[in-house]
Design a protein around this ligand. Structure first.
Ligand SMILES: [Zn+2]
Ligand SMILES: [Zn+2]
Length: 364
């Protein structure tokens, strides 16, 4: 079928709209009419590792309009959120840890289905598609049914699209990986969508102290509204000393979301005995972070890499939606919507930091 898609033709380029051809659903796939898709830094950073041109977009949501012959658990007419791709066959997928699928990177940025076939063509030639097994910057997307989460149709599309990547990562770090308990303490470095989701999750879990550290005054103010008990401007304070003053025994958990070397140092340095520092980003330019093994060792502390919030979307996304509906997870505070044709403005605003979680609305 013909689709209208936003195409990235090089690592640096903006998006241009084109009419392309989308394959028919494979036996295990659904065809989704995309209603909204979140905008994420990964749509920019992944390009360096992909063949161009590409149809990106990996936080899509919409209505199922067709399904392959083997699909039984998702129906035509269902409203779904498309989450990350997983092969369904490796040991980690089989044991319920699909967020660490052995073929996860290939399935996300390989530009093809897991069986090597292409989903999107331009004049008969394949372009990189199947981005996170969806490529949702388009009017329609194909996605393996196992990646789709059926959700209530009355939940606004921008809320659905905000969930499956950064928000799931930040909230999942706190609820799934740290399993933060009431009365425990957390320091969050960076207050983008991931960091603020961690703040909201820590508040709903009953954290006693939640410190947010950033350089954007507006975001720190928002962090406070979303549950941070303390905020620190990293530019005009000795962050390590302030953290010691706030929590002299150290923090049970810290979360580094900012890709900043000083933040990494503070995040590992502020831990309590047996504390855990979670990492959800890599440093700018891929440089190694400085790291003091001694400090971690004497504390019996832990550095923990976190992929996709260690979340199983079919259980975790409905859980987050429930919290939102109960008023405990006010995710709408992070969202700015843009009509699909304004995709380049949305990426510009995300880069400048004037939009925390841009979401594109595809319209009709
Ligand atoms: Zn993302
Ligand atoms: Zn797998």
């Amino acid at each position: 079928m013909k689709i209208r898609a936003a195409v990235a033709s090089s690592i640096e380029s903006g998006f241009e709209f084109e009419e392309l051809e989308l394959a028919a659903p494979a036996a295990d796939e659904i065809l989704v009419k995309v209603e909204a898709c979140g905008v994420c830094h990964t749509d920019v950073s992944a390009r360096a590792h992909m063949q161009m041109p590409a149809v990106l977009g990996h936080e899509g949501t919409g209505k199922v309009v067709a399904r392959g012959s083997a699909v039984t658990d998702v129906n035509v007419g269902d409203t779904v959120i498309m989450s990350y791709g997983w092969c369904g066959q490796c040991g980690n997928c089989a044991s319920g840890h699909a967020y660490t699928c052995e073929r996860g990177v290939e399935g996300s940025i390989g530009g093809r289905r897991f069986d090597g076939s292409s989903t999107i063509m331009r004049g008969g030639e394949p372009v990189s598609g199947a981005f996170f097994q969806q490529s949702s910057f388009a009017s329609h997307a194909l996605c393996p049914a196992r990646d789709a989460v059926v959700v209530p149709a009355d939940l606004p599309p921008e809320l659905r699209a905000a969930l499956p990547c950064g928000v799931m990562t930040g909230a999942g770090a706190v609820l799934n990986v740290f399993a933060l308990a009431a009365g425990e303490t957390l320091a969050v470095f960076g207050t983008g969508a991931v960091g603020l989701s961690a703040v909201m999750a820590a508040q709903l879990a009953g954290a006693r102290i939640i410190v947010a550290v950033d350089v954007h005054a507006g975001r720190l103010e928002l962090a406070q509204r979303l549950g941070a008990t303390h905020v620190l401007d990293a530019r005009d304070t000795d962050v390590a000393a302030q953290l010691r003053a706030i929590c002299p025994v150290g923090f049970d958990y810290s979360l580094e979301t900012s890709s900043n070397e000083d933040a990494f140092r503070a995040a590992t340095g502020c831990l309590a005995m047996r504390g855990t520092c979670g990492l959800v980003t890599i440093p700018h330019g891929g440089q190694p972070f400085p790291f003091s093994p001694f400090e971690l060792m004497v504390k019996g502390a832990r550095l923990q890499g976190i992929m996709l919030g260690a979340a199983t979307p079919r259980s975790f996304l409905p859980q987050l939606i429930g919290y939102y509906q109960q008023g405990k997870f006010p995710l709408d505070a992070l969202i700015t919507t843009y009509p699909f044709p304004e995709i380049n403005t949305a990426f510009g605003d995300a880069k400048r930091g004037s939009a925390l979680k841009p979401v594109l609305l595809m319209g009709d």
